[in-house]
Design a protein around this ligand. Structure first.
Ligand code: CAA
Length: 281
């Protein structure tokens, strides 16, 4: 594999996407606007790979090869990429700015993918000169482990672009579903957010403890994690952002964020950095 992928954003999702892509032979250019973010992401990935070596799941040579493929990138170097995946903040203007830069930097054959978990692909694509080459590739957290990528078509996404994204997904060991209509939340988050909301309301109403709510869904529905634990994993600020976006788009109470969530997110922003989730309180 001699393909190069540019991953813009080195947060949880960007580093997970970089990790799984490098693991499967891609050279990955990692970019992040925040100084030090790429180094921190590479260290985190190195730590995970080291544990795999310790467990005998990977050789030290393979680990070194994977790490060597994770390259801190620059916007000039993005010109070498065959594909770019954007995983920056879920803020439309930030994404549009990244896509305009990608459009200028990437070679003509490259596809431009966004890991947005809910925003409009069509709106993002419209800021580029090649909307047919733009699509959503929605990974799930933790990206190296979770099997699915939702491929989301914008209004103008071509069949060839979807096929190339399917080939990329298969090459990194992922399954895909195609979301044919660019709609808020796609499939998974449209189903997941009401589940989170109902679990949070049950907690808010004192109907059961957070531990018992999670236990009920884990054992009663055979989910690997309860919804409150999962909401902590995905990040309460991200969850609130997605709910508010869905609520504004659909004008439907199904997506109305519970007050307890808003309260916890505000408390987190007040600098109480160690308190970020349901299980920190
Ligand atoms: N990066 C890489 N590997 C990881 C990892 C990470 N962040 N987290 C866990 N792993 C690996 C572990 O190394 C371990 O590998 P081995 O089996 O090879 O040793 C394996 O995953 C299992 O991990 P654990 O034994 O530590 O724990 P577990 O069996 O409880 O699994 C879990 C952890 C995979 C997170 C599992 O609990 C799970 O699947 N939870 C549900 C996750 C989920 O639903 N994610 C989707 C969130 S929604 C979303 O992302 C969309 C959105 O837009 C909000």
């Amino acid at each position: 594999m001699d393909k190069t992928i540019a991953v813009i954003g080195a947060g949880t999702m960007g580093s997970g996407i970089s990790h799984v892509s490098a693991l499967h032979g891609y050279r990955v250019l990692m970019l992040d606007a925040q100084p030090g973010a790429v180094d921190r992401a590479r260290e985190m990935i190195a730590g995970r790979l080291a544990r795999e070596v310790e467990k005998g799941q990977m050789t030290a040579e393979n680990r070194d090869a994977v790490l060597a493929r994770l390259v801190p990138g620059t916007w000039e170097a993005v010109g070498q990429a065959d594909m770019a995946i954007e995983a920056v903040l879920e803020v439309m203007d930030v994404k549009k700015d990244v896509f305009q830069r990608l459009d200028r930097a990437l070679p003509e054959h490259a596809i431009l993918a966004t890991n947005t978990s809910s925003l409009s692909i069509t709106e993002i694509a419209a800021t580029t000169s090649r909307p047919s080459r733009v699509l959503g590739t929605h990974f799930f957290n933790p990206a190296p482990v979770m099997k699915l990528i939702e491929l989301v078509r914008g209004e103008e996404t071509s069949d060839a672009t979807v096929a190339e994204a399917q080939a990329y997904a298969a090459s990194i060991g992922k399954e895909t579903v195609v979301v044919e209509k660019d709609t808020p939340g796609f499939v998974v988050n449209r189903v997941l957010m009401p589940l989170f909301i109902e679990a949070m309301r049950i907690y808010e109403e004192g109907i059961a403890s957070k531990e018992d709510i999670d236990k009920a869904i884990k054992l009663g529905l055979n989910h690997p994690m309860g919804p409150l634990t999962l909401a902590d994993l995905t990040g309460l600020d991200v969850d609130l952002h997605v709910m508010d976006y869905l609520y504004n788009e659909f004008h439907d109470d199904r997506f109305a964020a519970p007050l307890v969530l808003r309260r916890l997110v505000r408390a987190g922003r007040l600098g109480r950095k160690t308190k970020k989730g349901f299980y920190d309180y």
